[in-house]
Design a protein around this ligand. Structure first.
Ligand SMILES: C=C(O[C@@H]1C=C(C(=O)O)C=C[C@H]1O)C(=O)O
Length: 355
């Protein structure tokens, strides 16, 4: 080994020891915070978002801001895990994008619980069997997840966070090549997201929709003549070879997930508020409801209508606005909306996804 290499490795060893000593010091601080907070919810999404944003801003390089955030995400997760590990329910089975979103948001320390359906995630949190739930709410190509919107309206739970996950679809199989493939399994939405790639590359193979991407990967793991389209996590879980990476037609394909709990989050300085309201069925009603938002300078980032379960051709509106419900302009706009709308429910204020 050259002298230069030896010297660098010694330097890296010394730095690692220093980092480890500092991490231990940090973990002891977090433990003391835990003692002070006894009986109060220990996990604070607004504080975690502030920590990640601050470090990304301070980052002197050469690590990318995303790399810095990923590392500190795990550091905080491990510190939090020193207390009671969080229980996080997600839309399963294991290996789905919902699991990846849960890990992206909470790091790897919590106990993750795979649920069979979105309403099971809500039920687990409501019953106190899980502290948090992670559910998909919209996809940039496929649109809203109606089931989640309906449950947010009907359920007393709050939103305390959001996760944005870039969705990369992988073609995978037990076999080493595509030659032996006779069929492709995936969730219908993923088949749709890779429609053009499949038309170009595997036009003759039947596409078989199944309950989830992870289920597709499981089925492919039992039969070398079957391929699956799923995320990388599913390939790892079932020991499959990735035959073609990133085959989604839209390279910006992103899914947004919400984190649900029995509380929302405090202000972090960069927040979003989700609400749902109904509008009376007369001309100009929606305009009248939205006017206070514009007057108070509140930005609306999403407005989506959905048929109300109450009657034919009645609609409820789901809106996301920038700011926390405690910010003065947001509070003023919401108070006026409350006076004008037949029904308003603030589903929660939470930090804009920091990672
Ligand atoms: C340490 C705290 O509690 C938890 C741990 C955090 C951390 O490790 O930085 C941040 C927020 C909380 O989830 C705190 O509130 O400061």
């Amino acid at each position: 080994m050259s002298d230069e290499l030896l010297k660098l490795r010694n330097e890296i060893d010394r730095l690692d020891e220093e980092i480890l000593a500092r991490l231990s010091e940090r973990a002891r601080c977090a433990q003391r915070v835990g003692e002070i907070k006894r009986g109060v919810m220990y996990y604070r999404p607004e504080r975690e978002a502030q920590v990640l944003r601050r470090l990304a801003e301070l980052n002197p390089g050469p690590l990318s801001p995303d790399a810095v955030k990923t590392i500190f995400r795990e550091v905080m997760s491990a510190c939090l895990g020193l207390e009671q590990p969080l229980r996080v329910a997600y839309l399963g089975p294991a290996g789905t994008f919902s699991e990846s979103a849960s890990r992206k948001h909470f790091g790897s320390a919590p106990n993750f619980m795979a649920m069979a359906a979105i309403d099971d995630v809500f039920r687990a949190v409501e019953a106190g069997n899980a502290d948090y739930g992670v559910v998909p709410v919209e996809n940039s190509t496929e649109g809203a997840v109606g089931g989640t919107l309906d449950l947010l309206l009907a359920n007393p739970l709050k939103v305390c966070g959001e996760v944005r996950l870039r969705i990369h679809q992988q073609l995978m199989s037990r076999a080493d090549g595509i030659g032996a493939a006779r069929r492709v399994y995936s969730h219908a939405q993923s088949l749709a997201q890779c429609h053009e790639w499949l038309n170009r590359n595997l036009p003759h193979l039947p596409r078989i929709p199944v309950a989830s991407n992870a289920e597709a990967a499981r089925m492919a793991s039992e039969d070398p003549e079957s391929c699956a389209i799923a995320g990388e996590a599913a390939a790892q879980l079932y020991g499959l070879n990735i035959l073609a990476p990133n085959i989604e037609d839209d390279p910006n394909n992103t899914t947004r997930f919400l984190v649900i709990a029995d509380h929302d989050a405090g202000p972090s300085g960069q927040d979003r508020t989700s609400l749902v309201f109904s509008a009376p069925n007369r001309p100009g009603a929606i305009h009248g409801l939205l006017e206070p938002m514009a007057r108070h300078g509140v930005d609306m980032t999403k407005l989506q209508s959905r048929p109300a379960r109450s009657g034919l051709w009645e609609y409820v509106f789901y809106a996301d606005i920038n700011g926390h419900r405690d910010d003065p302009e947001v509070a003023a706009a919401l108070a006026e909306l409350n006076d004008r709308a037949a029904f308003v429910k603030v589903i929660g204020s939470y930090p804009v996804a920091a990672i």
